[in-house]
Design a protein around this ligand. Sequence first.
Ligand code: SF4
Length: 361
Amino acid sequence: MMMQDITKNRTSERNEKQRKTAREIIEQYDGPPVRIMEVCGTHTHEIFRLGIRKLLPKQVELISGPGCPVCVTPVGFIDEAVWLALQAGVTVCTFGDLVRVPGTKMSLAGAREKGAKIQIVYSPADAEKYARLHPEEQVVFLSVGFETTTPSSCLSVKKAKEEQLENYSILTANKTMPGAYEALKGSADVFLYPGHVNAITGTALCESLTKEGVSGVVAGFTAKELLTALAVSLKRYQEGKPFFVNCYPRVVTAEGSKEAQRLVDELMESCDSEWRGLGVIPDSGMKLRKEWEMFDARVKYQIPEMEGRANPACRCGDVLQGKCKPSDCKVFGKVCTPQHPVGACMVSNEGACSAYFMYGV
Ligand code: SF4
């Protein structure tokens, strides 16, 4: 057997052993009732997909949090995008999920039916490229997301400036997690922190939250990483003291990605931001700095203030704060399905309602 194969076999044996131990800790947990919040929508989906929920004893409750960028984007932002597409006549470049999120009067899909030009892209770089290849069109990229995606939006703006593109701008709804953690304090006993966000930000904030009594673990996304994070949460929770553990050390360091932090700091500054369900959280958003505002669609097109009204039947706001489960919503699975979503949490691939629907809860 080659040396490479031996090392591979040993790693997979070690992983299997670690998975088994973590699984046993979870299944045999007999401590006090505990509510663990999956802050990140990808965690919600992966935990369902891997069947981890089935292992949990009754006193362990998993609740969903606000970590799905499409879900927390407020209705007013969709209205702004629809206005840009219909009134200002720009080409709106966006990730696919956002197209079906209902606005006050219509979604972007509805706007497309009325003749608006909506272009699906996979990254801000694609949107910038589209603008470069279509100089006759005014192009706006819908920049939503957390610390993980904000750097790529900044990069696209920087590139547009280098290339002297005058037909590219971004509509920002970028958010940062610290404000959300503040707003969510007390809604769960343990936070399962999103590993990809911590890869950018580092762990200082999570560590400082333990001093305020907030416990949490940084979790990765594989079966081994999620089982380990949950097992560590349960072990430490029984000790009765606030704790923080980085269970994703292969990717997350204490200081995070300095390069990404520098880039965002160069182009953007913090601002108050509205979160669906959580309201306006001070300093929880990011917008382009004054010297970059020629790429800010709100400034460029003078978009009027949009209030944004969600369907009154929709409980996305409560779902995002862990106050209720998707299945507690009266229209879940009846009027509201992935084919006919009433709220954002049923649209997005990371949304809690779509996870509950998809996995038959
Ligand atoms: S099931 Fe639909 S309407 Fe109910 S909270 Fe979820 S997205 Fe909103």
